[in-house]
Write a protein that binds this ligand. Structure first.
Ligand code: TXA
Ligand code: MG
Length: 332
């Protein structure tokens, strides 16, 4: 890695999900190093959010454009309230969904510890209290906000197990805390509460229906004023992309394609597929979300030029699944 300030080992070690592994992960983060860790959604690539040099290493390791702001992860809502100014809506959403797969974009407090680089210079800050027990324990041990985008190379498929992280970032980061498979499988829902009505910036692990139940109405669509920069990486048209081309709502399979199935339907021509995986034979969107990114990586490894995706309904977590697949299918 071309970062003389860092002491990244050539082979990135996997730290065990126990007291020793947590202590080492926390010490590395406090020393300004990069450590990937599991959250309930996907693995995050963590750095001390208060340290601009540490945050700069995230952008370098991922090849991430610097105009894309990062989420600051904290152990509890009290810590989040110290960094962001929460209006009534934000308080209500935090109360309902934290700890959990919700990120709130709120105005940054003047004394916010989250450094300017992590916020990409924006007057707002993205805050999240993850529910995963290892993420919780790590954040308590670090005692500072931890900036963490998904632990993949920029534009690629997000990692849901430690092996995925190493496939993309081995030799570029100090360690990965190995907590096995992440249970939710798609990233957090991002909601902006910046004075006007709450806006849904990215569908994710908290469904639109769950937001509606708390807000009393649907969240609003994003608008340009939510950010004075180009859209964040999760909002770029092409993102979450495997090597293979992705073809959506496929009802007929062409010979040699890899196939991503959902439910009990069997598309025409399936017998000519190079490889096929079913996200959820029972048609369960939660199960499908948990398997989505791993399945994309696996089908990509089949060597097929195209991954054909069967129709997936947009109810529940289906909205986040379809969002990620649409970005994977977008022109590059
Ligand atoms: O589940 C997740 O959210 C995972 C885990 C690791 O927590 N993290 C994640 O981070 O997905 P990332 O960097 O891949 O996505 C963060 C999203 C981006 O779309 C970014 O543009 C948006 O949050 N975001 C961050 N700060 C923002 C801000 N101040 N205003 C608007 N959007 C912001
Ligand atoms: Mg990401």
């Amino acid at each position: 890695m071309n970062d003389p300030g860092s002491t990244v080992p050539a082979a990135t070690p996997r730290l065990p999900p126990d007291a020793n592994g947590l202590a080492e992960a926390a010490a590395l983060l406090r020393a300004g190093e990069l450590v990937a860790f599991p959250t309930e959604t996907v693995y995050g690539l963590g750095a001390d959010a208060t340290d601009p040099a540490a945050v700069a290493r995230i952008f370098a390791a991922k090849d991430r454009p610097r105009f894309n702001p990062l989420i600051a992860h904290v152990a509890d809502a009290d810590a989040a309230l110290a960094d962001g100014a929460f209006d009534e809506w934000a308080l209500r959403l935090a109360e309902a969904f934290w700890p959990g797969p919700l990120t709130l974009v709120v105005p940054a407090r003047p004394k916010s510890r989250v450094c300017d680089l992590a916020r990409a210079g924006l007057p707002s800050v993205a805050l999240r209290v993850p529910a995963h027990p290892l993420a919780q324990a790590l954040l308590v041990a670090v005692g500072r906000p931890v900036a963490a985008p998904s632990a993949n190379r920029s534009g690629r498929v997000s990692p849901t197990r430690a092996g995925h992280v190493l496939d993309d970032l081995a030799g570029r980061i100090a360690a990965v805390l190995d907590g096995g498979d992440t249970p939710v499988g798609v990233e957090s829902t991002v909601v902006a509460c910046l004075g006007g009505p709450p806006r849904l910036l990215r569908p994710g692990g908290i469904t639109r229906a769950a937001l509606r139940a708390v807000l009393g109405h649907d969240p609003a669509a994003p608008e340009a004023a939510d950010s004075d920069r180009p859209a964040g990486p999760g909002m770029l048209a092409s993102h979450y992309a495997p090597r293979a081309r992705v073809r959506l709502d496929a009802v007929r399979i062409e010979p040699g394609e890899a196939v991503l199935l959902f439910g009990s339907g069997c598309p025409e021509g399936l017998e000519q597929a190079r490889a096929a995986l079913n996200l959820s034979p029972a048609g369960d969107a939660g199960e499908a979300a948990a398997r989505l990114f791993g399945a994309l990586r696996e089908l990509d490894a089949s060597g097929a030029d195209t991954i054909a995706v069967a129709p997936i309904p947009s109810e529940g977590l289906g909205e986040a699944i379809r969002d990620r697949l649409a970005r994977a299918a977008a022109p590059r």
